[in-house]
Design a protein around this ligand. Sequence first.
Ligand code: PMP
Length: 432
Amino acid sequence: ARDASDAAELLERREASLAEVQEHYYAAPPRIERGWREHLLDVDGRAYVDMVNNVTPLGHGHVGVASAVNAQLRRLNTNSRFHYGAVVEYAERLAALAPDGLDTVFLVNSGSEATDLAIRIALAATGRRDVVAILEAYHGWTYASDAVSTSIADNPDALTTRPDWVHGVDAPNPFRGVHRGADAARYAPEAAARIMALAAQGRPPAAFIAETFFGNAGGIPLPDGYLAGVYTAVRATGGLAIADEVQAGFGRLGHWFWGFEQQHVVPDIIAVAKAAGNGYPLGAVITTREIAAAFRSQGYFFSSTGGSPASSAAGLAVLDAFRDERLQENALRVGTRLKSRLEELATRHPLIGAVHGLGLYLGVEFVRDRGNLEPATAETAAICDRLLELGVIMQPTGDHLNVLKTKPPLCLDDESADFFVAMLDRVLTEGW
Ligand code: PMP
């Protein structure tokens, strides 16, 4: 009881001191002060399996990252205009993971900064001002990254308040979008036609920006050939292809390190963050030397803490752990097993309309009716609340908030995956 009131009292102080729009999970959240691997612990000693945390692919409390940052902070941390080894080594190792030709790195602190900078680089490199983005996407909170974010789950007014330089194309969702199933092949030619029409109107876009795997829709693969079709069109008009890999990249899909590999394309500009620092602020833009050089027209580029010694040390420790702990391999193995178990649940629980995704980028979509796909929004919220009581952290996602955001740390083990499935089975069987 003491700890419960402690959590409630802390929540009151949070609400009084932080901006109201800075939301928190759950109406009455547990007070969580510790984590280890895919587990979170509240102050009452209650353990939860964290099924949503794509900011910590290595897991919580990772010793390698903690030690590397600790050692670096004790030695030196300063802005990135000084000359030191960590930033060089990190830029080299990050670029080595990207396709040939994408060999030049800008270091920032977050995903919003990375997508914003990617857009600014594209505007500078092309001398244009228009950008094409897919609807129902989220790319960040800064001015430009927010401008291309059209998810109504994040901002109910998103569709009517975008600046005029942003041009939305239909969300390429083969499950519940305007074109479904085999008709999903129509999204790419339609987006290409929109790009051509903009060019014909004298407003050829500087860039097309998209996540390479449809995150906000609940981890849905883009239709086959989608990015190839749209990238070809934007390049034909002299624009650039920006891949937002903030969620899809870094091995989460299991089969590939980058999401764009699933689509058999190579972008011109890649934005990364989240996983890059395992929760330590670190983001990056990776592009060609030539495109990066065009940013010179904007003056110089400087981010005080982007690529600082400590954030570079964090990034290097994350890359070491990805290699040594075989996290991409684990995402494939545990993700494949988890998906097949969730699909088995779908055969017994009609509320599950589909299990989307690959690796550990999954989405369990709840519908009231498998025919008309009516989103089971209230049910999804209630199921997440009940899962919390049963020891699973899970949140709704998607524009209808009817998809379970299944993006756990990539170190998730079989036992935790099975626990999540068992608890979901129990909620769907007993009611919520
Ligand atoms: N792009 C995508 C696809 C994201 O999911 C997010 C964060 N949810 C961002 C960009 C913005 O990243 P950040 O919160 O680190 O600014």
